[in-house]
Ligand binder design. Sequence first.
Ligand SMILES: [Zn+2]
Length: 425
Amino acid sequence: MSETSGHVGASEHVNAARPRDARPHTTDAGRPVRSQALLDALRTTVVIADGAMGTMLQEHNPTLDDYQQLEGCNEILNVSRPDIIAAIHDVYLETGIDAVETNTFGANWSNLSDYDIEDRIEELARTGAEIARARVEAFEARDGRVRWVLGSMGPGTKLPSLGHTTYANLKSTFAEQALGLIRGGADAFLIETSQDLLQTKSAVNGCKQAIDETGVCLPIFVEVTVETTGTMLMGSEIGAALTALEPLGIDAIGLNCATGPTEMSEHLRHLSKFSHVPVICMPNAGLPQLTKTGASYPLTPEQLATAHEQFVKEFGLGLVGGCCGTTPAHMKAVVDRLRGTPVKARTLEVDPGVASLYQHVSFDQDSAFLAIGERTNANGSRAFRDAMLAENWDDCVDIARARCATGPICSMCASTTSDATVWLT
Ligand SMILES: [Zn+2]
């Protein structure tokens, strides 16, 4: 931890952290026992997570020195002002929640490279997890009740589907973040506020890379963000997200941010019906209303508790929490309403299909056979391969259009590696 801190209480939080190289107790599969307990809880008793971090940070009014002259870089506070981060975790833990999120939302390449400190991804992720781990263990020591650390992984601002960066760069740098979260003592990865499925995929596979490197198999939770338009920022419907992400072997899927619970309802209904893994939800405190002093969130603590109570009953959620605009008072209301609530069993429907970036298409067949266009395949069509290698995208699209006219599904292969195989419909 940095010597620049010097704030009363900081060393206490640091010293309580687990030894850097201590490996967690694991099951035979390399799954830490604590993480397995979290996974079990998601299927039996509703887990309650914390609320917003950003607004709480602002209330502590960090100085430019606290930010080490990197104004707005919240993750630097993990080393410069761990006492602030610890105090925020404490306020949430006092409400009786079961899990805290680490202050590592922006401990990624996209955010840290804006400050020219992308070489500190692992460090800032690790220190964020260490602070949360220490506070969780302090509360556990009081009453023996297990609490969990969710390693927050935000999307960053550079979207691979828009060509802002490459999948490979994101995957390898998310792996650094995941490595830090493992070393700092997180119990699960929480890939959240996902806007672009290719970015989400890079984060999931980055986590898997870190798991392979360490042998510590943390669960991977994913939350996508569906805008008021009804799709993710890149235009993906919830069905496309589920179809694209579930086969990657994630351990929970859900929604967070952008809207309040009301707007999330129909998307949660879809996940509740079709997701084989637990469904989770961390809404904002309603749709933000712009005021002269900034965004204001209209949902009261009781209203958030009522929404979550309804979701838990109707959709069988395994974990609930809060995003922008939610406060300790909100989480206290949720705890009072839902603490110890059993997870309602869901009746799953099976709908095999494929997804493009935009939508899920079921393998329904009205006619005798399902036509899958194969011409847009770099291995099967010389015309397509030549056009692709020449970066003649208009020709590629023309070939795809011609295929799409013949059937509902068009298989596209742009590489010989399966990693880059995508389905277009
Ligand atoms: Zn949010």
